[in-house]
Ligand binder design. Structure first.
Ligand code: ZN
Ligand code: FE
Length: 253
């Protein structure tokens, strides 16, 4: 089992430290270096790896400084060749990456970017998905197509319900403000709304959630739910069209 530490940085980013029983320590998506090095130091952990989900600056900004300080191995997507600073190992969807004896199944999840990957540590019930899924949201479709993003979400949605989603941003409260406009009668969403309001009022994070919770409450996981299609005036339309419409409404919200 991985031991996972969540480090909030910048406005709303999360960086994760994941320690394997072997002592290997991975940093997932280091936006910056300093707080990560400080946290590892405080715990007496030696960083051995960086796992990058995609090339955006708020996910790779700390790569080179952490590598210079620790000599760690940087892992990124083959599809992001040339745009992951300091990358040592390139991996693709379907690969199983052995991180210090812990197996990560690699998902190729294009949509937010063309090279985006996610790491699923099945034995730890943990998914590191970068900017693909957020709690009650999903990443903007910047480089891919809505069809690619929907396909990526459908594959991640199929993971076991108890899988914890370690996404890269705390966007949940604003995601919910939008979600209730497209899925107003969803009781699971209303429960999540109350829970998140309470968590945020106490200065707590809403991440990680789980695949099971998101299946019930995340409108971007529900583009093939007839009641959501009906609520946005698209009853009977293809799920990918409903997804594209909901994503577009969120962009303009
Ligand atoms: Zn991004
Ligand atoms: Fe990001």
């Amino acid at each position: 089992m991985l031991e996972i530490v969540q480090i909030p940085v910048l406005q709303d980013n999360f960086i994760y430290l994941a320690r394997a029983p072997s002592g290997a320590v991975a940093v997932v998506d280091p936006a910056v270096a300093e707080p990560v090095l400080a946290e590892a130091d405080k715990r007496g952990w030696k960083i051995t790896h960086i796992l990058n989900t995609h090339h955006h600056g708020d996910h790779v900004g700390g790569n080179l400084e952490i590598k210079a300080a620790t000599g760690c191995t940087i892992v990124g997507a083959t599809h992001d060749h040339g745009r992951i600073p300091g990358v040592d190992v390139e991996i693709s969807g379907g690969d199983v990456y052995d991180f210090g004896g812990e197996k990560a199944e690699v998902f190729f999840v294009p949509g937010h970017t063309s090279g985006h990957i996610a790491f699923w540590f099945k034995d730890s019930a943990a998914l590191f998905c970068g900017d693909t899924i957020f709690s009650i949201g999903c990443g903007r479709v910047l480089e891919g197509t809505p069809a690619q993003m929907w396909d990526s979400l459908v594959r991640l949605r199929a993971l076991p319900a108890e899988t914890r989603i370690y996404c890269a941003h705390e966007y949940t409260a604003s995601n919910i403000r939008f979600a209730v406009t497209v899925d107003p009668r969803n009781a699971a969403l209303r429960r999540r709304e109350a829970e998140v309001t309470d968590l945020r009022a106490h200065g707590k994070w809403t991440v990680p959630s789980t695949i099971g919770e998101e299946r019930a409450a995340n409108p971007f996981f529900r583009a093939d739910a007839p009641e959501l299609a009906a609520a946005v005036g698209m009853a009977g339309r293809a799920p990918v069209d409903v997804f594209a419409e909901v994503r577009e409404r969120k962009n303009n919200f």
